[in-house]
Ligand binder design. Structure first.
Ligand SMILES: Cc1cc2nc3c(=O)[nH]c(=O)nc-3n(C[C@H](O)[C@H](O)[C@H](O)COP(=O)(O)OP(=O)(O)OC[C@H]3O[C@@H](n4cnc5c(N)ncnc54)[C@H](O)[C@@H]3O)c2cc1C
Length: 480
């Protein structure tokens, strides 16, 4: 090893879970090193949803494949701040019933809605969670109008977004990603940030861990490397990379066997009039009626994104894109049931992900597409393209009924941006990797503070929950 570093606590991964933990520990006076594989870049380093941003801040430029019966692509951030730098910044608290069920099923003390409320409130304050003050855009208006016409509950989702008033009295909004919030707090408290540094493995004796072996990504994850010695380590590399790192390090029990996702289908809907105004960014409305198991919403609909989601309709694509203002992307996301596997292969740095799709997943996706179609027709759409590759546009109810019960598993393009549960927390060491406060059952000084430890699918955008749980676990640890 070229060099050795020492610290009290090493935190691996600077996304919402890791950076929240690192900031709180550093503010409490701990000597903390925060290691991040990706680059430390400001929000402005690339336009949101651009190819440049994907190259800079997404793992593998956004091209990650989950093997299994359904074609699945999944996205992960790889930069200081993790996926908070590239996400839509939508903030949610899970439904109270969801948290109650987690507590009961997984024997989690202190995880009920009332006990977590102060943590969510703190995150809302610290991350400037706000409603949109600068308009919601025409696609979101269509979503809301369609839902209202059907008598469904629909609402605007608050975001990690700070607003200030401009000189002319108009609102100026700025996304509150982790590089805007927790990372500056961590650095101001004296924490050491090592960006572009990949932790290859954790050294341990089966009971306690003692050091991490890390390599510079500027040197292609090779070279002489750095050994970082610690008293305690927090793994927060995300729901795929945390189990991959543990498995590379020879830690396998209840690690990477239970990955869950929110499978998502997207369609491009066509309206008779313009509905697409990219200046509004990500639309903020979601249909609440079928939560937590089915969420309907609309996505950023820039020209490159439309082209991507119309990729199966090559012949039609040029004609459709000529009138792109009349097209907008809508999605259905469901609580996936399939337990996926994360495996690290000898000689490979990147893990392999296998993600099954269960009958329940297909049924929920079919029901979700059906409901989305009903909504789009009620909102005045002429029809929609996708989610079945090579299929004609869906323009009437008969076609919609067919999609409800006959989604062809092998011809759908399913994506996942919410991944969790790969190292679940719980009171029973036989069915969980970490205890109810994030400490590994098998390695006394190793904690996990990221999406991996959520015991089940939250059914809502997860960043707020990951941060609230990381805060809860860190404060309890500091009290001990
Ligand atoms: C496109 C997209 C849109 C999304 N939209 C929303 C939204 O609107 N609202 C919401 O709540 N959620 C959203 N999410 C999900 C949310 O961003 C993630 O759930 C959340 O960021 C996960 O936090 P985390 O701390 O678990 O890990 P991550 O954010 O994944 O961060 C982990 C970090 O660890 C680093 N790392 C990994 N391995 C190593 C290693 N071996 N050594 C060093 N560093 C390593 C990674 O580079 C990464 O930066 C979205 C996600 C994506 C991809």
């Amino acid at each position: 090893m070229k060099r050795t570093l020492d610290c009290d606590v090493l935190v691996v991964g600077s996304g919402p879970g890791g950076a929240t933990t690192a900031a709180l520990l550093a503010e409490a006076g701990r000597d903390v090193i925060l290691v991040e594989e990706g680059r430390h870049l400001p929000l402005e380093s690339a336009e949101s949803y651009s190819l440049e941003e994907m190259n800079q801040k997404y793992r593998n430029g956004g091209l990650n494949v989950g093997f299994g019966p359904t074609r699945l692509t999944y996205l992960e951030g790889r930069c200081v701040g993790g996926a908070s730098e590239i996400n839509a910044a939508l903030y949610h608290v899970p439904l109270p019933d969801t948290l109650r069920q987690w507590s009961i099923r997984h024997q989690l003390d202190g995880m009920g809605p009332d006990e977590l409320a102060p943590h969510f409130e703190a995150i809302e304050r610290e991350m400037n969670v706000s409603p949109a003050r600068d308009g919601v855009g025409p696609a979101a208006e269509r979503l809301a109008a369609g839902a209202e016409a059907l008598g469904w509950k629909v609402g605007e989702v608050r975001r990690f977004w700070r607003y200030t008033k401009g000189a002319d009295g108009s609102w100026l909004g700025r996304r509150q990603s982790i590089t805007e919030t927790m990372v500056p707090r961590f650095l101001e408290a004296g924490g050491r940030l090592l960006a572009e540094t990949w932790v290859q493995r954790i050294e341990h004796d089966g009971r306690r861990a003692r050091a991490a072996v890390a390599f510079s990504t500027r040197e292609g994850r090779r070279g002489e490397g750095t050994r970082i010695r610690f008293r305690e380590v927090v793994l927060a590399a995300g729901a795929v990379q945390t189990p991959a790192l543990l498995r590379r390090s020879g830690v396998r029990r209840m690690v990477g066997d239970t990955l869950r996702v929110h499978p998502m289908l997207r369609v491009a809907a066509r309206f008779p009039e313009p509905v697409n105004d990219p200046s509004f960014g990500v639309p903020v409305h979601q249909v609440e009626q079928f939560k937590p198991h089915i969420t309907l919403g609309c996505s950023h609909s820039s020209l490159p994104h439309l082209a991507l989601w119309l990729a199966g309709d090559v012949d039609e694509r040029a004609r459709l894109l000529a009138e792109w203002e009349k097209l907008a992307i809508f999605y259905v996301a469901v609580t996936g049931d399939g337990r996926g596997r994360v495996r690290s292969l000898p000689g490979f740095d990147e893990p392999v992900v296998y993600q099954p799709t269960t009958g329940r997943d297909l049924a929920l996706l079919g029901e979700g597409i059906y409901r989305l179609g009903e909504l789009l027709f009620a909102a005045g759409a002429e029809g929609f393209y996708g989610p079945v590759e090579g299929a004609p546009a869906t323009t009437d109810r008969r076609q919609l009924e067919r999609l409800r019960t006959n989604l062809p598993q092998g011809r759908m393009n399913v994506s996942a941006i919410h991944l969790f549960c790969s190292c679940p927390m719980g009171g029973d060491p036989r069915t969980s990797a970490v205890d109810p406060w994030g400490r590994m059952h098998d390695l006394a000084n190793v904690r996990i503070h990221d999406a991996s430890i959520l015991p089940d699918t939250p059914g809502v955008n997860p960043q707020g929950t990951i941060m609230a749980v990381a805060r809860r676990n860190t404060l309890r640890w500091l009290e001990a």
